[in-house]
Write a protein that binds this ligand. Structure first.
Ligand SMILES: [Zn+2]
Length: 499
C-alpha cells in the first residue's frame, strides 16, 4: 500500500479502537543450551557448537537446563505471574530446515508462568499490560542465504545452515489483548517492550540486545469498530528489532488496516514483515493456527515441578522495577531529569550508585563518570563498565580531593594511573609523589624565595593591591610543579607580606 492509500491516523482513531498483542522472545544468557551442554557463546564458526541432542540425531535424549528454568521463573515473578506447580514441555511440530528435529520443544497448554501483569507509563498515563504467559522453548538454527544481492531467500542461489543457535534457551512472553490504549497503542507497545528490556537486564538473565536478536518482538494488532465488542482480524508483524520499529510498524498497520476496512474489505490474518528501508509492512505467510502444529506433550522430558520454597527464594532475588528505582535514585541524588537521562543513556547509573555507596557525593560521582571517564571509554570504544576502574576507586580519588591532598589536575593523573593498572589511588599518590604540599614548613622557603624574586609585585600587595597575589601564587605553583595547595599558598603569601 502506498502512503497515499493509507488512512489518516486520526481518522482511523475516530472510527476504530486498536487492540494490541505482543509476543517477545528473550534469549537467556545461560552458559549451555536448553537441553544439552553445548556452548551458547555468540559468534563461533558455524556448526562448531552442536551435538547429537541439538542436531536432533536419532536416539539422543534432551535434559532440562536447571539454570534456564530458574531464569524463566525469575522473569515470570518479575511480571507478577503465577508459577506452575507442575508443567510439561510440548512438541510443536513443523518442518523448517533450521530445525533438524522437525519439531521445536516448547510449552503449549501448560506454561511455566501465567496470568501476570505489568504497568507502563505513557505521557504520564498508566497502562496495565495483562500477561497471558511466559514459557520456555528452544531457539532454532539459522539459515544463511548465499549468492544473491540482498542476503534474503528470494534471490539466493543456495542456502547454508548454522545450528550453533539451535537449542539456545528462549523465554516467550505473550500478552493478553491490550484494550483501551486508543491512539497511544503504538507508544504503549513500545513502552512495554522497553520495560521488559530494562527489567530483564536488571534480572541479569539475558543481555537483551534487540539489534543482536537476543530480544525480538512480534507485534499483533487489530481494529475494532467503535462501540463493537468483537475483535477484528489481526496481523502479526514479525521480528521487530528496535523500539522505534515496534512503534512505527504498529502505526503503519493501523493506517493500512483502517484503509482496508473503510473500503469495505477484510483484513487477512497473516504474518507481515517490517521493511525498515521504506517504513512499511509487507505480507508474509498466512498465519498458522495452533492446531496446525499438532502439539503434544514431549515424551522425552520429565515434567517440571518447581518447589514452592525455591520459588519463594527466587522471589526474594527480584530487583526493584527499573523505572521506580531510577525515580528513587534521582530523588536521593538530587539529579535533574536531564542528568539522570544522560546517566541512563551512558549506562552509568550502576557505576554512580557504587561510587556513592563508597562514600562519594552524588554530583562528584556523576561528574567523574559522565565526563572524564565517559570520554576515555568513548575514545577506547568501550562501555563505561569495561573501564578497568571501580566505583570504590573513583570514590577514593574524590576523597583525596576533598581532603585537599589532590588538585583536580593531579586527580586526573591519578585516574590515568588507576586506568593503566598501577594500583589503588593511595598507592599511586605515594609512588608518584603526587600529593599536594600544604605543610607550612615545606612551603615556607619556596614562598619566601618567590617574594624575594618579585619585589615589585610584593610592593603592590603591601600597598593594598591584594589581587596581584595571583601572580605570586602562580610562581609558587610553577616551582612546586603544581603540587602545592593553592589556598594554603595564598594564605601564607598574604600573611608574610603583611608583616
Ligand atoms: Zn548440543
Amino acid at each position: 500500500m502506498t502512503p497515499d492509500q493509507l488512512m489518516d491516523y486520526t481518522q482511523v482513531m475516530e472510527r476504530f479502537d486498536p487492540v494490541v498483542g505482543l509476543e517477545v522472545h528473550v534469549e537467556l544468557n545461560t552458559v549451555s543450551k536448553m537441553f544439552c551442554s553445548c556452548s551458547t557463546a555468540f559468534g563461533a564458526p558455524p556448526n562448531t557448537q552442536t551435538c547429537p541432542v541439538c542436531l536432533g540425531l536419532p536416539g539422543s535424549l534432551p535434559v532440562v537446563n536447571a539454570k534456564a528454568v530458574e531464569s524463566a521463573i525469575r522473569i515470570g515473578l518479575a511480571l507478577n505471574c503465577s508459577i506452575a506447580t507442575w508443567c510439561r514441555f510440548a512438541r510443536k511440530n513443523y518442518f523448517y530446515p533450521d530445525m533438524t528435529k522437525d519439531f521445536q520443544i516448547s510449552q503449549y497448554d501448560e506454561p511455566l508462568c501465567f496470568d501476570g501483569e505489568v504497568e507502563v507509563d505513557v505521557n504520564g498515563r498508566p497502562y496495565t499490560i495483562p500477561i497471558e504467559r511466559a514459557h520456555m522453548e528452544e531457539d532454532a538454527g539459522k539459515s544463511v542465504h548465499m549468492g544473491g544481492t540482498t542476503g534474503r531467500i528470494q534471490d539466493a542461489a543456495y542456502s547454508l545452515l548454522d545450528y550453533n543457535r539451535a537449542g539456545v534457551p528462549l523465554i516467550e512472553i505473550v500478552t493478553k489483548p491490550v484494550y483501551g490504549t486508543g491512539a497511544e497503542a503504538p507508544e504503549v507497545a513500545r513502552a512495554y517492550v522497553s520495560f521488559l528490556r530494562d527489567m530483564i537486564r536488571a534480572l541479569g538473565v539475558s543481555d537483551v540486545r534487540m539489534e543482536q536478536g537476543s530480544l525480538r518482538c512480534d507485534a499483533n494488532i487489530s481494529l475494532m469498530p467503535k462501540g463493537s465488542h468483537t475483535l477484528g482480524t489481526r496481523t502479526e508483524t514479525k521480528n521487530l528489532n528496535s523500539l522505534r520499529s515496534i512503534e512505527k510498524a504498529l502505526r503503519y498497520e493501523i493506517c493500512r488496516q483502517g484503509a482496508v476496512l473503510a473500503a469495505g474489505g477484510t483484513v487477512k490474518q497473516e504474518t507481515r514483515h517490517w521493511r525498515e528501508d521504506g517504513e512499511y509492512t509487507s505480507p508474509g505467510r498466512s498465519k498458522e493456527q495452533a492446531e496446525d502444529y499438532r502439539y503434544f506433550p514431549e515424551p522425552d522430558l520429565v515434567p517440571i515441578a518447581p518447589g514452592r520454597d525455591w520459588v519463594e527464594q527466587l522471589r526474594a532475588t527480584i530487583p526493584e522495577v527499573p523505572a521506580v528505582r531510577l525515580a528513587r535514585l534521582r530523588e536521593t541524588w538530587g539529579f535533574s531529569q536531564m542528568e539522570m537521562r544522560d546517566a541512563v543513556a551512558a549506562e552509568a547509573v550502576d557505576l554512580i550508585e557504587s561510587t556513592v555507596a563508597a562514600g562519594c557525593a552524588p554530583q562528584a560521582a556523576r561528574k567523574w563518570w559522565m565526563t572524564e571517564l565517559l570520554r576515555r571509554a568513548n575514545a577506547d570504544n568501550l562501555g563505561l563498565d569495561q573501564l578497568p576502574i571501580t566505583g570504590i576507586q573513583v570514590a577514593q580519588v574524590q576523597g583525596l580531593i576533598d581532603q585537599g591532598a589532590l588538585s583536580d589536575k593531579l586527580a586526573r593523573q591519578v585516574m590515568d594511573a588507576v586506568l593503566a593498572g598501577e594500583g589503588s589511588p593511595q598507592d599511586i599518590v605515594a609512588a608518584r609523589g603526587l600529593a599536594l604540599v600544604s605543610d607550612s614548613a615545606a612551603l615556607h622557603d619556596v614562598v619566601a624565595a618567590v617574594i624575594a624574586d618579585n619585589p615589585d609585585v610584593a610592593t603592590k600587595i603591601r600597598d593594598g593591591k591584594v589581587q596581584a597575589v595571583g601572580a605570586l601564587i602562580g610562581a609558587v605553583m610553577s616551582k612546586m610543579s603544581g603540587k602545592a595547595d593553592a589556598a594554603k599558598v595564598r594564605e601564607m603569601l598574604l600573611s608574610m607580606l603583611s608583616q
